[in-house]
Write a protein that binds this ligand. Structure first.
Ligand code: PNS
Length: 162
């Protein structure tokens, strides 16, 4: 069985993440979406909320599973027996970041592999950071995050404001 792993902070899960997950799920038998920690970021949502948002957004896709891990990506990769990691890229700067991460991960595990999927044009400006910024100032995020989680994300981020 071919397993692909799609890791990220998903803080919160966006339409861009959803599109990559959906497309990647067609390239394998099973896609594991892993909610992980990025030591350079302080998440606005708990791990549990990030997992629930991803699960809710992807529930119609039967070969997608959502998990969380607080460890190293290569350890999860080995544990699950994945063929490759999938990451979405929006820009040249994303590409540079992904290339660096891939090299670091390959130093940790020689058989590590990554597939980079370019995002759809209309989603190139959507990021979790933009979603948080728009929400913070009371803007409408319905075109940025999956419909199933718009209310939750808006409510949670409003709480953080008050
Ligand atoms: O959505 P993000 O923040 O770009 O995702 C980055 C993430 C979570 C995939 C990356 O930080 C990661 O792999 N974290 C787990 C810890 C790890 O293995 N770090 C080494 C990467 S070189």
């Amino acid at each position: 069985m071919s397993i692909l792993l799609f890791p990220g902070s998903f803080d919160p899960f966006t339409m861009g993440h959803c599109d990559i997950a959906k497309r990647a799920s067609k390239l394998c038998d099973k896609l594991v979406v892993a909610v992980m920690d990025n030591s350079a970021k302080h998440p606005a949502f708990s791990t549990e909320d990030r997992v629930n948002m991803a699960r809710e957004s992807l529930k119609e896709y039967k070969n997608i599973e959502v998990v969380s891990s607080g460890g190293l990506l290569v350890d999860l990769f080995k544990e699950l027996g994945c063929s490759a990691v999938v990451r979405g890229i929006r820009s040249e700067s994303d590409f540079r970041y992904e290339a660096e991460m891939a090299m670091a991960n390959r130093l940790l595990y020689a058989d590590y592999e990554v597939l980079l999927l370019p995002c759809r044009e209309n989603l190139s400006m959507t990021s979790s950071t933009i979603v948080k910024e728009v929400c913070y100032y009371g803007g409408d995020i319905s075109k940025m995050v999956p419909a199933q989680i718009v209310d939750f994300v808006t409510k949670e981020l409003k709480k953080g404001r008050s």
